[in-house]
Design a protein around this ligand. Structure first.
Ligand code: GDP
Length: 300
């Protein structure tokens, strides 16, 4: 994966230095951990995550608690793999569908993060699985947002609920509530609400998103984050966690040549699982996120 190319190469070089070694000395382990630390920092992983990560790798590498069937170099690779899976959230987590439909999924994130595109991707994916999603245009800030969602809905072949065109400054809470009623009447089993984003985190945006959350009581709130934003990922994720709270993370633009730090930091920082990955502009460039597969790709 382009995003992690550099990190993959750096880690491979580090492991190469261990090859052929018998028992690892404390100095060997420390040298390795130092290189892993440097590689992660260069990939823009948040410092606090790097510290935790390298601390655990060191402890386990010195503790020899991995399978005796592996040689020392393989053991270190195994430990790094395990710890990558851990910081990426451990087990894969799926959407929690409501017992009484509709299941409500709210999308939040900065402007340009990829929310509207995700609404299309997610609804197409759900529709292919037999669901009948309704997309809701609750981003009434950006003049084009409603039209953009309508276009995406048409491409995905799903229904959309939007305020009348020209009614630019509507009330997104009201629209969301009306959409819920509409979904129940028309028996849509999933409602996906696209909310407004700003260029930076701001109080008004958070309040609006929090109000929508309160009004529709979603089953999932997905925080969409652009993998390219690097070190800003930490502050942005924390602000959304405090402002709206979310149940899961979607990483977008993993196809770009970002260094991947956001991807590797955000689950660990917020304690919320990464649930989906977006890997392109097309509606099919999207997949459920599996921490173990991502770790293997990074170490490939
Ligand atoms: P929103 O403001 O959060 O709704 O973001 P949009 O969905 O409008 O996306 C902003 C831009 O990023 C658009 O040009 C999308 O085509 C593009 N985009 C969204 N997701 C991806 C992705 O996974 N990869 C790439 N390369 N571009 C994406």
């Amino acid at each position: 994966m382009a995003t992690f190319g550099n990190l993959t190469d750096r880690l491979a070089d580090t492991f190469k230095n261990l090859r052929g070694k018998g028992k690892l000395s404390e100095a060997d382990v420390d040298g390795t951990v130092r290189e892993i630390r440097r590689a992660l920092l260069e990939a823009d992983v948040a410092l606090e995550v790097v510290k935790q990560f390298t601390g655990r790798v060191r402890e386990r590498a010195l503790g020899h608690e991995v399978s005796a069937a592996l040689n020392p170099a393989q053991q270190v690779v195994q430990i790094v793999n395990d710890e990558l899976v851990t910081i990426l959230g451990g087990e894969a987590r799926r959407i929690q569908f409501a017992k009484n439909p509709p299941t409500v999924i709210m999308l939040a994130g900065l402007q340009g993060a990829g929310k509207t595109t995700l609404a299309g991707k997610l609804s197409k994916w759900l529709a292919a699985d037999g669901h009948t999603p309704l997309l809701v245009a609750a981003d009434l800030q950006r003049p084009n947002a409603v039209t953009q969602l309508q276009v995406v809905a048409e491409q995905a072949g799903v229904a959309v609920f939007a305020p009348e065109p020209g009614n630019g400054k509507g009330d997104p809470v009201k629209v969301s509530k009306q959409a819920m009623k509409f979904a129940k009447d028309k028996q849509h089993d999933v409602v996906i609400i696209d909310t407004a984003g700003r260029l930076g985190v701001d109080a008004e945006l958070m309040k609006q998103a929090a109000n929508i959350r309160k009004a529709v009581d979603p089953d999932e709130v997905l925080f969409v984050i652009d993998a390219m934003i690097g070190q800003d990922a930490v502050t942005t994720a924390r602000a959304f966690q405090e402002g709206v709270d979310f149940t899961g993370v979607v990483l977008s633009k993993l196809d770009g040549d970002a260094r991947g730090g956001a991807a590797l930091s955000v689950a660990s920082i917020t304690g919320r699982p990464i649930m989906f990955a977006s890997t392109g502009e097309g509606l099919d460039d999207f997949e459920p996120f599996h921490p173990d597969r991502m770790a293997s790709r990074i170490l490939d």
